[in-house]
Design a protein around this ligand. Structure first.
Ligand code: MLT
Length: 407
């Protein structure tokens, strides 16, 4: 008899963004001629920049010649990309990360979802609330939680992120083994200070715990005082894994390229308490289950670090940050309390009503898609998230419609 993994039965029926897509397509079926503006899922709309495209094209041409053709690449990624990342994303910020501590992959969703495979099933997991659903669902699938009750899974430690703590939770009183942190935060747009991150690193070191630091939105940081990497904090090499992505940084959501950093000192423990290098375990897992990102995509990602690429990518992010400013400004002018949108593409808005009701109101009255805050967790109830990823024209039109609908 083929028995299934019954942990899947504990999951809510579908993934948040699939739920939203279903509601939107239901609306569009009934109103096929209307233009719905999507400010829901954080998916980029601007094309790849010229430097990336040129490198991409060149690499495709390499594949057309026997002399330059590439077959399987190294599972961990090509040296040209890993070197560029180590120098530009870490060396430039004073972080000691070497190229061989970087694993190139096809996305941070996959990496943050897959990483839990290398931890024991009895690890206690802590997640922020609200939270990017992938951190939670993958641990449910793996059997690290009990059932879903009153809007939460039993067995998880939830770190309430509310306006009282500026959406940056402090380490809990109880013991957690694995802690997911995301800054700039999805969905609240909050950023963490060096002092706040230091408290987490100290907690992880004191409790033999591990921080999984998702920095997918790092390119949106414009305030230089805000740490860009967990490795800017002393001691983090021993107790933190960091995830980065080219998706939001350089428009690679459809192209797929990301990376995970696991320093050599980063440790887990055997049942008998002996230290084990997580880098070695992840390397084993990665080389068994992953065959690398395609050569042209890695060349395109490398071009992000060229002089032209750096400027283009900064302009790209500035474009979305300008959208974010418009969204936040308009919502505040309408009397809503807003967070984020300054070093982040997401604006977190206190709606003063049920999140899904607000979502439906905006869809039906303004034909604008947002993301209901409650989809990210109990503490997200009463909020909506609006994403700045769309064209300036669509953002202006959407905000005009929202103003009309809410006034
Ligand atoms: C989001 O909208 O939260 C993100 O786009 C989801 C993702 O990156 O997978």
């Amino acid at each position: 008899m083929i028995k299934v993994n019954e942990n899947y039965a504990k999951l809510k029926a579908s993934y948040l963004f699939s739920d939203i897509a279903k509601r939107v397509s239901g609306y569009m079926d009934v109103n096929p001629d209307n233009k719905v503006i999507k400010l829901g899922i954080g998916d980029v709309t601007k094309p790849l920049t010229p430097a990336c495209l040129e490198a991409f094209h060149r690499a495709v041409d390499d594949m057309a010649n026997e002399e330059t053709f590439r077959g399987y690449g190294p599972e961990q990624g090509y040296a040209f990309l890993r070197d560029a990342i180590a120098i530009n994303d870490f060396g430039s910020r004073g972080c000691d990360i070497s190229a061989d501590e970087i694993f190139i992959s096809d996305g941070s969703k996959c990496d943050t979802g897959n990483i839990q495979e290398i931890f024991s099933t009895d690890c206690v997991i802590a997640v922020p609330d609200p939270v990017y659903p992938v951190y939670v669902d993958t641990n449910v699938m793996a059997g690290r939680t009990g059932i879903w009750r009153d809007g939460r899974y039993e067995g998880l430690v939830y770190l309430d992120s509310t306006n009282e703590n500026g959406f940056v939770p402090a380490p809990p009183a109880e013991k957690a083994d694995v802690i997911y942190l995301c800054f700039p935060n999805n969905p609240t747009g909050a950023t963490a200070t060096e002092k706040q991150l230091k408290a987490w690193v100290d907690y992880a070191l004191a409790n033999d715990a591990l921080i999984l630091f998702d920095a997918a939105y790092v390119a949106f940081i414009r305030d230089e005082k805000i740490p860009h990497s967990i490795y800017e904090i002393d001691g983090a090499r021993e107790c933190a894994i960091e995830f980065r992505s080219f998706s939001k940084t350089a428009g690679f959501t459809g192209t797929r390229c990301a990376y995970t950093v696991i320093p050599k000192e980063c440790r887990g423990f055997s049942a008998s308490g002996e230290k084990i290098e997580l880098h070695a375990i992840w390397n084993r897992r990665h080389s068994t289950k992953f065959n690398g990102v395609s050569y042209p995509v890695q060349r395109a990602a490398e071009a992000v670090y060229s002089e032209a690429g750096k400027k283009e990518v900064k302009d790209l992010i500035d474009y979305y940050l300008n959208n974010a400013k418009i969204i936040r400004g308009k919502m505040e002018a309408l009397g809503y309390t807003c967070y984020g949108g300054e070093n982040s593409p997401y604006i977190w808005i206190e709606g003063g009503m049920d999140s899904w009701d607000f979502f439906d109101l905006l869809l039906n009255k303004a034909e604008v898609v947002c993301t209901p805050g409650s989809g990210f967790g109990k503490c997200g109830e009463g909020f909506i998230r609006i994403s700045a990823f769309n064209s300036l024209e669509n953002v202006n039109e959407a905000m005009g419609r929202i103003e009309k609908a809410l006034k």
